[in-house]
Design a protein around this ligand. Sequence first.
Ligand code: MN
Ligand code: MN
Length: 474
Amino acid sequence: MPEAKHSPAYEAKNAWTIYKSDEDRAKMKAFVDGYIDFLSACKTERETVAFAEKTLRGHGFSDDPASGRYLAKLRGKCLFAFRRGTEPLSKGISLVAAHGDCPRLDWKQHPFVEQAGFAQAKTHYYGGLRKYQWLSRPLALHGVIVKDTGETVPVRIGDEPGDPVFCIADLLPHLAQKQVTQSVREAFEGEKLNVILGSIPRQEDEAQDKDGDKDGKAKDPLAATPVKGAVLDLLQEKYGVCEEDFITAEIEVVPAASASYVGFDRSLVGGYGQDDRICVYTALQALCDARADCTKNIALMIWDKEEIGSDGATGASSRFLQYCFEDVARAHEPDTPASHVLLASQALSADVTAGMDPDYQDAHEKSNAASLGNGPCFEKYTGSGGKYGASEAHAEFYASVRGILNRAGIPWQAGELGRVDHGGGGTVALFLAAYGMNVVDFGPPLLAMHSPFELSSAADVWACYLAYKAFYES
Ligand code: MN
Ligand code: MN
């Protein structure tokens, strides 16, 4: 009889029972401390890509596709990084692909309104979010204003000590009696997600001076909205920008404040944007730390626009990844067509999944639900309602990645996003699968996904880093 490698029954292992030595816990803490700092600092796709670029350049990555460490960006919002292995490129690239964009509220083109003595910014939400979670909580503004001269003014206010924050006021319970009987969809309207910017009216003489016409003949367009006028004055003073500049600006409203450990035992990480910056950070560090003599050619892709369906130039449905593969193939192995490299490649679609929520256990099917603390989770397929919109991993490839993790002693689990017919979601996996490459979804489970304060397990963050590194080093 062959030697039994596995017990007959399968049971997911808790990562805390694997990483239990003082040494392992210290390494985990150092890594997760860095992750918490990253989450606190990077709240937009641009900030995430800038962080990744800086980290990669610090590890010797350059703009030269012929170098052993290459990086390419598009519009500052998506990034590809490549490390040459000892294997020929015709054997493919081991790719980890994550996304750096997160649900948020974006300012509209004409954001400024004044209502009942408040200057407010109108928003249009980005991605799937529960609107009420954004009410009555401190918010920050991150983004860029580009003037018609081409000058870019970075915006980042609400996250530094001493900064003011912003807020969307919720209705007081005393007057919400009608609202509490409505459906959540009816009770919280997108058009009421207006961010309070200020409440001091412009002084009359200021308005006249700006107008430069004290005889009252010329009409001051801001006369009827003195609070909005005062906010625009402040913005002109602080940033040198005018109302028209906001038509073309990218201003993202994100939760203010830092990420932190959660719980008496500090076992969890709470913070905004863990979907999917948890995979961005762990894969980025894994790419940088993978041993120098890797056999495999390895790469990282950070995409944008995943939360709104991956469309757009910087999203996974664009040709950017293909062009990067073409540049790499041309530089290193001109006789191998990029299409062959793509077909021979293997990818982890690095994205989060839903962890078993202790208070909403019936949203999950327990035998196929992921648990926080049991390591990063495979999803053989995503999609919903009969696997529509899914890319499904092939058994041969899926098993090979399982083998890599087992041989490295890294905890992992396998799950599904939720109960069949209860909803679902997609990832970038199908856009990678479109090239014919092998791909499987693999990333840590979260609680409160898409909320302003998502929760992950610190042990899963650490295990996920080790898993991506093992995939690269296999
Ligand atoms: Mn995601
Ligand atoms: Mn998401």
